[in-house]
Design a protein around this ligand. Sequence first.
Ligand SMILES: [Zn+2]
Length: 364
Amino acid sequence: MRLGHQPGDVVRLVIESDQPLHPHVSLIANPYRVVIDLPAVEWTIGDGEGKGLGYVAKYRYGLFAVDQSRLVLDLDAPATIKRSFAIEPNSRFAHRYVIDLEPAAHGAFVSATHNAKPRTPESRPTAVVPERPQRKPLIVLDAGHGGNDPGARSVLGRYEKDLTLEVAREVQRQLEATGQFHAVLTRERDIYVPLRARTAMARASNADLFISIHADSIADPNHRGGSVYTLSETASDAEAAALAAKENKSDIIAGIDLAAESEEVTSILIDLAQRETMNYSARFASALIETVPREWLIARRPHRFAGFLVLKAPDVPSVLFEIGYLSNRQDAQWIASRKGRQEIAGAITQAARRFFADRMAQQF
Ligand SMILES: [Zn+2]
Protein backbone atom coordinates (compact mmCIF):
# COMPACT_ATOMS: atom_id res chain seq x y z
CA MET A 1 0.00 0.00 0.00
CA ARG A 2 1.10 3.59 -0.52
CA LEU A 3 0.02 7.14 0.28
CA GLY A 4 0.24 10.11 -2.08
CA HIS A 5 -0.79 13.75 -2.36
CA GLN A 6 -3.49 14.77 -4.86
CA PRO A 7 -4.74 18.27 -5.75
CA GLY A 8 -7.20 19.85 -3.29
CA ASP A 9 -5.37 18.60 -0.17
CA VAL A 10 -6.50 15.07 -0.99
CA VAL A 11 -4.47 12.22 0.46
CA ARG A 12 -4.75 9.13 -1.70
CA LEU A 13 -4.35 5.65 -0.29
CA VAL A 14 -3.69 2.86 -2.77
CA ILE A 15 -3.84 -0.75 -1.67
CA GLU A 16 -2.36 -3.14 -4.17
CA SER A 17 -3.25 -6.80 -4.06
CA ASP A 18 -3.01 -9.91 -6.19
CA GLN A 19 -6.75 -10.39 -5.74
CA PRO A 20 -9.63 -7.93 -6.23
CA LEU A 21 -10.43 -6.19 -2.93
CA HIS A 22 -13.78 -4.94 -1.65
CA PRO A 23 -12.85 -3.31 1.64
CA HIS A 24 -15.31 -2.02 4.19
CA VAL A 25 -14.27 1.55 4.98
CA SER A 26 -15.45 3.35 8.11
CA LEU A 27 -14.63 6.36 10.25
CA ILE A 28 -14.20 6.61 14.02
CA ALA A 29 -13.89 9.85 15.99
CA ASN A 30 -11.95 10.64 19.15
CA PRO A 31 -9.25 10.29 17.94
CA TYR A 32 -9.98 10.62 14.23
CA ARG A 33 -9.38 7.33 12.42
CA VAL A 34 -10.18 5.69 9.12
CA VAL A 35 -10.71 1.94 9.50
CA ILE A 36 -10.41 -0.30 6.46
CA ASP A 37 -11.51 -3.91 6.88
CA LEU A 38 -10.41 -6.48 4.36
CA PRO A 39 -10.72 -10.22 4.08
CA ALA A 40 -7.72 -11.95 5.65
CA VAL A 41 -4.85 -10.46 3.71
CA GLU A 42 -1.39 -11.86 3.75
CA TRP A 43 0.45 -8.62 4.45
CA THR A 44 3.62 -8.94 2.47
CA ILE A 45 5.48 -7.18 5.25
CA GLY A 46 3.76 -8.77 8.26
CA ASP A 47 1.81 -6.84 10.86
CA GLY A 48 3.09 -3.40 11.56
CA GLU A 49 2.79 0.28 11.05
CA GLY A 50 4.15 3.05 8.89
CA LYS A 51 4.57 6.79 8.69
CA GLY A 52 1.63 8.75 7.32
CA LEU A 53 1.43 11.67 4.95
CA GLY A 54 -0.15 15.11 5.43
CA TYR A 55 -2.99 14.85 7.96
CA VAL A 56 -2.60 11.07 8.02
CA ALA A 57 -0.27 10.76 11.01
CA LYS A 58 0.43 7.06 10.62
CA TYR A 59 -1.10 3.76 9.59
CA ARG A 60 -1.26 0.36 11.26
CA TYR A 61 -2.30 -2.98 9.88
CA GLY A 62 -2.62 -6.59 10.86
CA LEU A 63 -4.86 -9.58 11.30
CA PHE A 64 -7.88 -8.27 13.20
CA ALA A 65 -10.07 -11.31 13.67
CA VAL A 66 -10.52 -14.71 12.13
CA ASP A 67 -10.45 -14.19 8.35
CA GLN A 68 -10.33 -10.43 8.67
CA SER A 69 -7.55 -7.91 8.29
CA ARG A 70 -7.68 -4.33 9.37
CA LEU A 71 -5.83 -1.24 8.27
CA VAL A 72 -6.19 1.83 10.48
CA LEU A 73 -5.18 5.35 9.44
CA ASP A 74 -4.62 7.69 12.40
CA LEU A 75 -5.53 11.24 11.43
CA ASP A 76 -4.18 14.47 12.91
CA ALA A 77 -7.29 16.32 11.70
CA PRO A 78 -10.77 15.24 10.59
CA ALA A 79 -10.97 14.00 7.00
CA THR A 80 -13.71 12.11 5.17
CA ILE A 81 -13.78 9.75 2.20
CA LYS A 82 -14.09 11.79 -1.01
CA ARG A 83 -14.25 8.76 -3.26
CA SER A 84 -13.12 5.15 -3.38
CA PHE A 85 -12.86 2.81 -6.33
CA ALA A 86 -11.19 -0.34 -7.61
CA ILE A 87 -8.82 -0.47 -10.58
CA GLU A 88 -8.30 -3.55 -12.72
CA PRO A 89 -4.78 -4.91 -13.01
CA ASN A 90 -2.60 -3.92 -15.96
CA SER A 91 0.88 -4.73 -17.15
CA ARG A 92 2.48 -2.59 -14.42
CA PHE A 93 0.15 -3.00 -11.44
CA ALA A 94 -1.90 -5.72 -9.78
CA HIS A 95 -5.45 -5.10 -8.49
CA ARG A 96 -5.67 -1.74 -6.78
CA TYR A 97 -8.16 -0.15 -4.45
CA VAL A 98 -8.03 3.63 -4.13
CA ILE A 99 -9.37 5.69 -1.23
CA ASP A 100 -9.20 9.49 -1.47
CA LEU A 101 -9.46 11.46 1.77
CA GLU A 102 -10.24 15.15 1.97
CA PRO A 103 -10.15 17.47 4.99
CA ALA A 104 -13.52 17.98 6.67
CA ALA A 105 -14.98 19.89 9.60
CA HIS A 106 -15.35 18.00 12.87
CA GLY A 107 -19.16 17.95 12.48
CA ALA A 108 -18.97 16.48 8.98
CA PHE A 109 -16.58 13.81 10.20
CA VAL A 110 -18.85 12.88 13.09
CA SER A 111 -21.93 12.59 10.88
CA ALA A 112 -19.91 10.49 8.44
CA THR A 113 -19.07 8.08 11.27
CA HIS A 114 -22.79 7.28 11.58
CA ASN A 115 -23.01 6.32 7.92
CA ALA A 116 -19.99 4.11 8.05
CA LYS A 117 -19.69 2.14 11.24
CA PRO A 118 -16.83 -0.30 11.64
CA ARG A 119 -17.57 -3.98 11.70
CA THR A 120 -17.80 -5.61 15.06
CA PRO A 121 -14.82 -7.81 15.63
CA GLU A 122 -15.15 -11.54 15.79
CA SER A 123 -15.73 -11.98 19.49
CA ARG A 124 -16.37 -15.70 19.39
CA PRO A 125 -13.79 -17.31 21.64
CA THR A 126 -10.95 -18.78 19.63
CA ALA A 127 -10.37 -21.59 22.08
CA VAL A 128 -12.63 -24.57 22.40
CA VAL A 129 -13.92 -25.12 25.90
CA PRO A 130 -13.28 -28.74 26.76
CA GLU A 131 -15.84 -31.06 28.27
CA ARG A 132 -15.25 -31.54 31.96
CA PRO A 133 -16.72 -34.77 33.23
CA GLN A 134 -14.52 -34.78 36.35
CA ARG A 135 -14.79 -31.05 36.82
CA LYS A 136 -11.11 -30.28 36.80
CA PRO A 137 -10.57 -26.58 37.47
CA LEU A 138 -10.59 -24.63 34.22
CA ILE A 139 -7.94 -21.95 33.90
CA VAL A 140 -8.24 -19.37 31.13
CA LEU A 141 -4.90 -17.96 30.04
CA ASP A 142 -5.00 -14.61 28.34
CA ALA A 143 -2.00 -13.66 26.20
CA GLY A 144 -2.04 -9.85 26.29
CA HIS A 145 -2.55 -7.81 23.11
CA GLY A 146 -2.43 -9.33 19.60
CA GLY A 147 -3.13 -8.47 15.98
CA ASN A 148 -3.25 -4.70 15.40
CA ASP A 149 -2.33 -4.12 19.02
CA PRO A 150 1.31 -5.16 19.49
CA GLY A 151 1.63 -3.97 23.11
CA ALA A 152 5.07 -2.91 24.29
CA ARG A 153 8.22 -3.39 22.26
CA SER A 154 11.21 -5.01 23.92
CA VAL A 155 14.72 -3.54 23.83
CA LEU A 156 15.58 -6.62 21.76
CA GLY A 157 12.95 -5.62 19.19
CA ARG A 158 10.26 -8.19 19.96
CA TYR A 159 6.63 -7.35 20.61
CA GLU A 160 4.78 -7.98 23.83
CA LYS A 161 1.93 -9.69 21.92
CA ASP A 162 4.30 -12.41 20.63
CA LEU A 163 6.11 -12.92 23.93
CA THR A 164 2.88 -13.17 25.94
CA LEU A 165 1.54 -15.78 23.52
CA GLU A 166 4.70 -17.88 23.82
CA VAL A 167 4.54 -17.70 27.60
CA ALA A 168 0.80 -18.48 27.69
CA ARG A 169 1.35 -21.57 25.52
CA GLU A 170 4.03 -22.86 27.87
CA VAL A 171 1.80 -22.20 30.89
CA GLN A 172 -1.01 -24.13 29.19
CA ARG A 173 1.35 -27.02 28.44
CA GLN A 174 2.56 -27.25 32.04
CA LEU A 175 -0.90 -26.89 33.58
CA GLU A 176 -2.31 -29.62 31.34
CA ALA A 177 0.70 -31.83 32.07
CA THR A 178 -0.25 -31.96 35.77
CA GLY A 179 -3.44 -33.78 34.84
CA GLN A 180 -5.19 -31.64 37.47
CA PHE A 181 -6.28 -28.70 35.35
CA HIS A 182 -7.76 -27.76 32.06
CA ALA A 183 -6.19 -24.71 30.50
CA VAL A 184 -7.40 -22.77 27.46
CA LEU A 185 -6.14 -19.64 25.74
CA THR A 186 -8.17 -16.55 24.84
CA ARG A 187 -6.23 -16.43 21.60
CA GLU A 188 -4.10 -19.09 19.96
CA ARG A 189 -2.45 -16.92 17.37
CA ASP A 190 -1.60 -13.35 16.47
CA ILE A 191 -5.11 -11.99 16.46
CA TYR A 192 -6.84 -9.04 18.04
CA VAL A 193 -9.43 -10.00 20.68
CA PRO A 194 -11.38 -7.20 22.41
CA LEU A 195 -10.79 -6.99 26.16
CA ARG A 196 -14.43 -7.64 26.94
CA ALA A 197 -14.47 -10.73 24.72
CA ARG A 198 -11.59 -12.09 26.79
CA THR A 199 -13.46 -11.77 30.08
CA ALA A 200 -16.70 -12.89 28.41
CA MET A 201 -14.95 -16.06 27.37
CA ALA A 202 -13.82 -16.76 30.93
CA ARG A 203 -17.37 -16.28 32.18
CA ALA A 204 -19.06 -18.25 29.40
CA SER A 205 -16.79 -21.22 29.99
CA ASN A 206 -17.36 -21.07 33.75
CA ALA A 207 -13.67 -20.65 34.35
CA ASP A 208 -12.26 -21.05 37.83
CA LEU A 209 -9.33 -18.74 37.27
CA PHE A 210 -8.34 -16.14 34.69
CA ILE A 211 -4.71 -15.14 34.23
CA SER A 212 -3.85 -12.30 31.88
CA ILE A 213 -0.19 -12.26 30.88
CA HIS A 214 1.59 -9.03 29.99
CA ALA A 215 5.07 -7.50 30.01
CA ASP A 216 5.49 -3.82 30.74
CA SER A 217 7.81 -1.21 29.31
CA ILE A 218 8.87 2.06 30.93
CA ALA A 219 11.38 4.83 30.36
CA ASP A 220 13.84 3.68 33.05
CA PRO A 221 15.92 0.85 31.49
CA ASN A 222 17.15 -0.31 34.92
CA HIS A 223 13.72 -1.01 36.32
CA ARG A 224 12.94 -4.71 36.33
CA GLY A 225 10.93 -7.48 37.95
CA GLY A 226 7.42 -8.89 37.80
CA SER A 227 4.23 -7.63 39.44
CA VAL A 228 0.86 -9.27 40.01
CA TYR A 229 -2.20 -7.05 39.71
CA THR A 230 -5.74 -7.59 40.88
CA LEU A 231 -8.74 -5.42 40.20
CA SER A 232 -9.60 -2.42 42.27
CA GLU A 233 -11.64 0.69 41.56
CA THR A 234 -8.87 2.72 43.14
CA ALA A 235 -5.32 2.03 42.07
CA SER A 236 -2.72 1.18 44.70
CA ASP A 237 -0.33 3.77 43.28
CA ALA A 238 0.01 6.22 40.41
CA GLU A 239 2.25 3.89 38.43
CA ALA A 240 -0.33 1.10 38.63
CA ALA A 241 -3.06 3.51 37.49
CA ALA A 242 -0.96 4.59 34.50
CA LEU A 243 -0.28 0.98 33.60
CA ALA A 244 -3.99 0.08 33.72
CA ALA A 245 -4.77 3.06 31.48
CA LYS A 246 -2.13 1.86 29.03
CA GLU A 247 -3.33 -1.75 28.98
CA ASN A 248 -6.98 -0.67 28.70
CA LYS A 249 -6.16 1.15 25.46
CA SER A 250 -6.00 -2.15 23.59
CA ASP A 251 -9.45 -1.75 22.03
CA ILE A 252 -8.76 1.82 20.95
CA ILE A 253 -5.51 0.75 19.34
CA ALA A 254 -7.35 -1.85 17.29
CA GLY A 255 -9.68 0.85 16.00
CA ILE A 256 -12.80 0.32 18.07
CA ASP A 257 -13.97 1.85 21.32
CA LEU A 258 -15.57 -0.92 23.31
CA ALA A 259 -13.81 0.10 26.48
CA ALA A 260 -16.36 2.72 27.49
CA GLU A 261 -19.29 0.38 26.94
CA SER A 262 -21.56 -0.38 29.90
CA GLU A 263 -19.06 0.86 32.45
CA GLU A 264 -21.92 1.52 34.86
CA VAL A 265 -23.34 -1.97 34.55
CA THR A 266 -19.91 -3.39 35.19
CA SER A 267 -19.55 -1.30 38.33
CA ILE A 268 -22.84 -2.59 39.71
CA LEU A 269 -21.84 -6.17 39.00
CA ILE A 270 -18.56 -5.56 40.69
CA ASP A 271 -20.34 -4.37 43.82
CA LEU A 272 -22.58 -7.40 44.00
CA ALA A 273 -20.47 -10.33 43.02
CA GLN A 274 -16.94 -9.16 42.94
CA ARG A 275 -16.18 -8.86 46.62
CA GLU A 276 -15.80 -12.58 47.08
CA THR A 277 -14.11 -12.94 43.73
CA MET A 278 -11.65 -10.22 44.67
CA ASN A 279 -10.71 -12.19 47.76
CA TYR A 280 -9.95 -15.23 45.66
CA SER A 281 -8.06 -13.11 43.14
CA ALA A 282 -5.93 -11.72 45.95
CA ARG A 283 -5.29 -15.23 47.26
CA PHE A 284 -4.05 -16.42 43.91
CA ALA A 285 -1.90 -13.29 43.63
CA SER A 286 -0.30 -14.13 46.99
CA ALA A 287 0.25 -17.75 45.96
CA LEU A 288 1.91 -16.58 42.77
CA ILE A 289 4.17 -14.13 44.57
CA GLU A 290 5.26 -16.92 46.91
CA THR A 291 6.12 -19.32 44.10
CA VAL A 292 8.03 -17.08 41.73
CA PRO A 293 11.79 -16.99 42.30
CA ARG A 294 12.82 -14.19 44.67
CA GLU A 295 15.52 -12.81 42.40
CA TRP A 296 12.98 -12.33 39.67
CA LEU A 297 10.14 -10.74 41.61
CA ILE A 298 11.99 -7.67 42.71
CA ALA A 299 9.34 -5.08 42.00
CA ARG A 300 8.97 -2.90 45.07
CA ARG A 301 5.33 -3.83 45.61
CA PRO A 302 4.80 -7.20 43.92
CA HIS A 303 1.02 -7.24 44.52
CA ARG A 304 -0.71 -4.11 43.29
CA PHE A 305 -4.22 -2.99 42.39
CA ALA A 306 -5.69 -1.07 39.47
CA GLY A 307 -8.77 -0.84 37.27
CA PHE A 308 -7.84 -3.22 34.47
CA LEU A 309 -10.80 -3.86 32.18
CA VAL A 310 -9.63 -7.37 31.45
CA LEU A 311 -10.00 -8.29 35.14
CA LYS A 312 -13.65 -7.29 35.37
CA ALA A 313 -15.34 -10.68 35.14
CA PRO A 314 -17.36 -10.38 38.37
CA ASP A 315 -17.46 -14.09 39.12
CA VAL A 316 -14.10 -15.40 37.93
CA PRO A 317 -11.04 -14.82 40.12
CA SER A 318 -8.72 -12.85 37.84
CA VAL A 319 -5.17 -11.60 37.99
CA LEU A 320 -3.00 -9.72 35.56
CA PHE A 321 0.61 -10.80 35.64
CA GLU A 322 3.18 -8.34 34.31
CA ILE A 323 6.00 -10.82 33.99
CA GLY A 324 8.74 -8.22 33.70
CA TYR A 325 9.95 -5.11 31.91
CA LEU A 326 10.65 -5.33 28.20
CA SER A 327 12.49 -2.02 28.59
CA ASN A 328 15.09 -3.82 30.71
CA ARG A 329 17.65 -5.91 28.82
CA GLN A 330 17.91 -8.68 31.44
CA ASP A 331 14.14 -9.06 31.76
CA ALA A 332 13.64 -8.90 27.98
CA GLN A 333 16.24 -11.62 27.39
CA TRP A 334 14.89 -13.83 30.11
CA ILE A 335 11.24 -13.51 29.01
CA ALA A 336 12.17 -14.32 25.40
CA SER A 337 14.22 -17.38 26.43
CA ARG A 338 12.95 -20.93 26.67
CA LYS A 339 14.30 -21.20 30.20
CA GLY A 340 12.53 -18.00 31.23
CA ARG A 341 9.22 -19.18 29.80
CA GLN A 342 9.55 -22.50 31.59
CA GLU A 343 10.29 -20.80 34.92
CA ILE A 344 7.35 -18.42 34.56
CA ALA A 345 5.05 -21.30 33.64
CA GLY A 346 6.43 -23.40 36.49
CA ALA A 347 5.67 -20.65 39.00
CA ILE A 348 2.12 -20.18 37.70
CA THR A 349 1.49 -23.93 37.77
CA GLN A 350 2.81 -24.21 41.32
CA ALA A 351 0.64 -21.26 42.39
CA ALA A 352 -2.42 -22.86 40.78
CA ARG A 353 -1.76 -26.08 42.72
CA ARG A 354 -1.68 -24.20 46.02
CA PHE A 355 -4.63 -22.01 45.20
CA PHE A 356 -6.93 -24.88 44.26
CA ALA A 357 -5.71 -27.09 47.11
CA ASP A 358 -6.72 -24.30 49.53
CA ARG A 359 -10.07 -23.85 47.84
CA MET A 360 -10.82 -27.56 47.99
CA ALA A 361 -9.87 -27.63 51.67
CA GLN A 362 -12.37 -24.85 52.36
CA GLN A 363 -15.20 -26.62 50.60
CA PHE A 364 -15.13 -29.74 52.77
ZN1 LIG B 1 0.35 -5.31 28.05
